[in-house]
Design a protein around this ligand. Structure first.
Ligand SMILES: [Zn+2]
Length: 592
């Protein structure tokens, strides 16, 4: 942070959140809050709430949330500093001019420095595309039917033929070797010294959902290898949690996403008006992707992968992953073309729209693919196929869903549905005894559920503490911020405790301590969890007590796990914690 906490807080206080957000979207007063249509996801009934009292916003649909800074950052795609300047100007507060000294740059945390160097690299690549030396690359993009407008929208660029050009440019801007290498923009070896990772490539900056450049993809010009090269994973670039194009697709008016394989597919689709297209980044679709999609309020996706075998298999594998997260998936075929990019070029947007209309149910499609391995005209072939289909049908956990699919399969393959049901049951029993293949998966899931459960308790307790000082006063002796094992929760707890000691809780101010939008979102969630509506006071007290005990027990478990046998101070602390737990167990805690 380059500005003092006091100054940041002053700017925040002067910018009333209801006034600021009203400038962007229409809000209506309902009870103590204001409601409107969420600008961060597609919806028809308002679930976006703004509280004047808390000076926060929160969307009950997609979980977007934060204070006035977060809103401006998300809406205008500003960095924290940019949002601060914007809001200071809005109310006529003067910010001191700050020289960005080298030391100041070094001090800012690693993540924001990585974002900064990536942004500088993206601007450099973009400028290169407009140079004489970038002409071939520019012509290549135009040759692939991209408009100047879409090239700008996606920030496409060019890395030229010199192998240390970017490196020298970034050095001239004051970035250190260490940072440039950490960002994956260059690597160092004894023979060649420091050299650029990307050269002679068309560059696709990869942005996170908040439009921050987190990495790059590069397509080689000409015949070099590899054809496509991606940035390595870095502290800000996690391929399994980011989708290419999502920063633009997130505001689509369509209720579903199109997921494809490549950068060019996404760009071609956006240019053709399908602004809801995204791509996974050279990896198979993961749970992380699925969660990202569902967090943003999407419940349906259309997979539009390449027509080859690999693409078909990848699409089929993605279906259950999406389903686990509550997202239904359909599959769009691109035959006779290779991928959406080629399809759009040859057939146009209307034909693509028609393919969306003809999309196939993911499960039925996987059977169609499976079918190719069997000769359905021979009785043996058909029997083997049905057995395999039955095995797949056993993977539906829910009775009713399984039953519906049994009917659909029976109809599609003209077999008696009761016969098929018998077969499915038989296969299920056999699998239960002979092939415990799903066991490890379940165990892993259970472990995750346990961990999630403990974190959820910590979250609920924080929500309670933020709402009710009476609870805080009763448990402050027994529960300290250190009992919160998740770093973000611990930090929030520390500030909350401090605020109570100084008088009053100020949720929006807590956010000033975080500069990352995803963190703001999470903190806002802490102050908007609904915990009371269903319970009588007695039930509430019971639930609260259970939550507190769970938090304390888990904290002790964690401390025990991390304790080294020679750590006497740690041991003493652990003993104290156990006494506190005993006291807590006896304590009656009342809610207001
Ligand atoms: Zn929303």
């Amino acid at each position: 942070m380059y500005y003092s906490e006091e100054l940041v807080e002053e700017v925040r206080l002067k910018n009333d959140i209801v006034d600021v957000i009203s400038g962007y979207i229409k809000l209506q007063k309902k009870g103590s809050s204001y409601f409107g249509l969420c600008p961060f996801h597609n919806e028809k009934t308002p679930s976006f709430s703004v509280s004047r009292q808390k000076q926060m916003y929160y969307c009950f649909g997609c979980g977007a949330g934060g204070n006035v800074f977060t809103f401006v950052m998300e809406y205008e795609n500003y960095s924290f500093i940019e949002a601060l300047k914007f809001l200071a100007e809005r109310v006529g507060t003067e910010l001191p001019e700050i020289e960005y000294s080298r030391e100041a740059k070094e001090k800012a945390d690693l993540k924001s420095r990585l974002l900064e160097v990536n942004k500088a690299a993206a601007a450099y690549f973009y400028a290169q595309l407009k140079q004489e030396s970038g002409q071939a690359a520019y012509q290549y993009l135009i040759g692939r039917s991209l408009s100047q407008e879409i090239i700008t929208q996606f920030g496409l660029g060019f890395s030229n033929k010199y192998s240390d050009d970017l490196y020298r440019y970034l050095k001239s801007k004051g970035y250190s070797d260490e940072l440039i290498i950490k960002a994956g923009l260059a690597s160092a070896d004894e023979r060649y010294g420091v050299h650029d990772k990307f050269w002679n490539r068309v560059m696709f900056p990869i942005m996170d959902i908040n439009s921050k450049v987190i990495g790059f993809g590069g397509r080689v010009m000409g015949e070099g290898m590899p054809k496509y090269l991606n940035s390595p994973e870095t502290p800000i670039f996690d391929k399994s949690r980011n989708l290419y194009g999502f920063h633009r697709a997130r505001t689509t008016r369509k209720p579903y996403l199109l997921i494809c394989e490549g950068y060019m597919d996404v760009i071609a689709l956006h240019q053709a008006g399908f602004t809801n297209a995204v791509a996974s980044l050279g990896t198979a679709l993961t749970m992380g992707h699925a969660r990202l999609i569902s967090q943003r309020g999407f419940r349906e996706v259309f997979l539009t992968y390449d027509s080859d075998d690999a693409g078909t298999k990848a699409a089929i594998r993605a279906v259950p992953i999406l389903k686990d997260t509550g997202i239904s998936a359909k599959i769009i075929r691109m035959e006779p073309y290779k991928d959406p990019d080629e399809f759009i070029k040859n057939m146009g947007a209307e034909a693509f729209e028609a393919r969306i209309g003809d999309a196939r149910n993911g499960f039925m499609f996987s059977l169609e693919v499976l079918e190719r391995e069997f000769d359905l005209n021979s009785p043996e072939g058909k029997t083997s196929f049905l057995k395999e289909a039955a095995r797949k049908l056993t993977e539906f956990d829910e009775e009713i869903e399984r039953s519906n699919y049994i009917e659909a399969v029976a109809k599609a393959y003209q077999v008696n549905k009761d016969e098929l049901r018998k077969l499915v049951n038989k296969v299920a029993i056999e699998a239960g005894q002979a092939r415990p293949v799903n066991r490890p998966k379940v165990t892993l899931k259970q472990e995750r559920v346990k961990e999630d459960g403990n974190l959820k308790s910590q979250k609920i307790l924080l929500t309670w503490l933020g709402e009710d000082e009476h609870i805080f006063q009763q448990i402050r002796k027994y529960i300290t911020p250190l009992d919160f094992t998740k770093e973000l929760y611990r930090t929030v707890a520390e500030i909350l405790y401090e605020q109570y000691q100084n008088g009053k809780v100020n949720p929006a101010q807590i956010m000033n301590h975080f500069t990352d939008e995803e963190e703001h979102r999470e903190v806002a969630g802490l102050f908007h969890t609904k915990i009371r509506e269903i319970k009588t006071p007695a039930e509430q007290e019971k639930a609260l007590k259970e939550t507190i005990l769970r938090v304390k027990r888990f904290s002790i478990e964690e401390a025990t796990r991390q304790l080294s046998p020679t750590d006497m101070v740690g041991l003493q602390k652990l003993m104290n914690a156990k006494h506190e737990l005993q006291d807590l167990e006896k304590l009656h805690i009342s809610v207001n």
